[in-house]
Write a protein that binds this ligand. Structure first.
Ligand code: SF4
Length: 303
């Protein structure tokens, strides 16, 4: 006799609804970012950089799904740079990628030894390591004929980068969703730009990606980045929605209310005589800072 499937509990139903919503949100946000920034075009060959972390696995997963439904044709090739860190489990990614049927390339380059040789003991290795990684990935993109290089940075990485650049670099500069590489030879895209990190954590758990831990080299992650991330996580806990607001603010820049003379011609402006809601509100307090007067105390009526 055929065994009966166990009945679904209310928790199971709730979980599957939550995961369906998450899946929809992730695919919608990635699709929207691709459209908004024209990230992928007909005939593109997208080199998806796969580190073995939750972000790059999720990016690849979502792009594969979108490729099957997209109104345009584009190719995907997953690329991992095996930097020969001690203990790197080199079988994990090929096994996963073969299982998914994704074309892939594993580039083996012992950048680990170079970094160990050149960086004095006790100094941070990340800057040289990532420079070597970048150079190798650009070269591989060229060899594979990739037209786009996709990186797995998400919304929270973008906000942290903005704050890092402000705090430690004194520049208002974030991490772009799409830009030409520093060599001028490649177009780098970040399809997860609109995605919140907690959603990626949840998606990676749900999809059971075989995550490769990122501490194999024993190097400390960039300390300033860790500090800024902890700071915004604390804000987010106290005042939910702030990360999203900071992120939205990055695409609503008002040059006339900043101080960059390259972006706005402050030297040459003159009174126009025409009212402008975006003009200076002179002595008014910022609306969002002013204490709200209870409506029962001050009531203004038109005469
Ligand atoms: S944590 Fe390790 S692998 Fe990552 S950039 Fe730093 S040195 Fe390189």
């Amino acid at each position: 006799m055929e065994a009966l499937a166990p009945a679904e509990t209310p928790e199971d139903v709730k979980l599957s609804v939550e995961l369906r919503k998450l899946s929809k949100r992730l695919h919608r946000q990635v699709g929207q970012a691709i459209v908004d920034y024209n990230m992928i075009e007909e005939g593109d060959k997208v080199m998806v950089c796969l580190s073995g972390g939750k972000d790059s696995y999720s990016m690849l997963d979502i792009l594969i799904n979108m490729q099957q439904r997209a109104p345009i044709n584009f190719e995907i090739i997953a690329v991992n740079l095996d930097q020969k860190q001690p203990g790197f489990p080199e079988h994990i990614l090929p096994e996963y990628l073969k299982g998914r049927g994704v074309p892939f390339h594993i580039e083996e380059q012992d950048t680990y030894s170079i970094v160990k040789r050149l960086v004095p003991e006790g100094k941070t290795t990340c800057s040289l390591c990532s420079r070597l990684r970048r150079g190798n990935l650009y070269r591989v993109a060229e060899e594979l004929g990739a037209t786009k290089i996709a990186l797995g940075h998400h919304r929270d990485d973008i906000v942290v980068t903005l704050l890092l650049n402000m705090f430690f670099g004194a520049r208002m500069k974030g991490m772009p969703p799409k830009l030409v590489s520093d060599t001028g030879r490649h177009v780098v895209i970040r399809p997860l730009a609109y995605v919140a990190e907690p959603d990626l954590v949840r998606w990676a758990e749900h999809r059971e990606f075989p995550i490769i831990p990122c501490n194999l080299c024993g190097s400390q992650e960039n300390l300033q980045r860790v500090q800024v991330k902890a700071m915004i996580n604390e804000w987010e806990t106290k005042y939910p929605g702030r990360v999203e607001n900071m992120f939205t603010a990055m695409s609503k820049v008002v040059p006339s209310h900043m101080m960059d003379r390259e972006l706005f011609p402050f030297q040459t402006i003159k009174a126009t005589g025409v009212p402008d809601a975006d003009g200076d509100i002179a002595f008014d307090e910022d609306e969002s800072c002013a204490p709200q007067a209870p409506s029962s105390v001050i009531t203004l009526r038109p005469r």
